[in-house]
Design a protein. Sequence first.
Length: 113
Amino acid sequence: MRLFEGTQWDRPPRCERCGELDEDCRCPGPAKVLTAPAKQTARLTIEKRKKGKVVTVVRGLSAEENDLPALLGRLKSACGAGGTLKDDLLEIQGNHLARVRDLLADIGYRWQG
């Protein structure tokens, strides 16, 4: 007789929702918990890139607490410009500091810069 025979540690782990083995489980992961915009501060800057290109950069919003791709889409459509998401930075092509600041304030974010 083995030490853990017949106990929960003797059996392979199973999903609590569907009962399948953990490696075979297809259940979605836990829902992402988003932090309220009023509790976050975005730092806004204008940066110059190669060949004189100007970008508006939004820093200080973490990817774990926000839906950054959706926020980037709203900012890009409001500014009528392209942009990208690099790590936790939102970059909008061009000098759109006033528009970005107003849109973030309308959503409820605090801002600096």
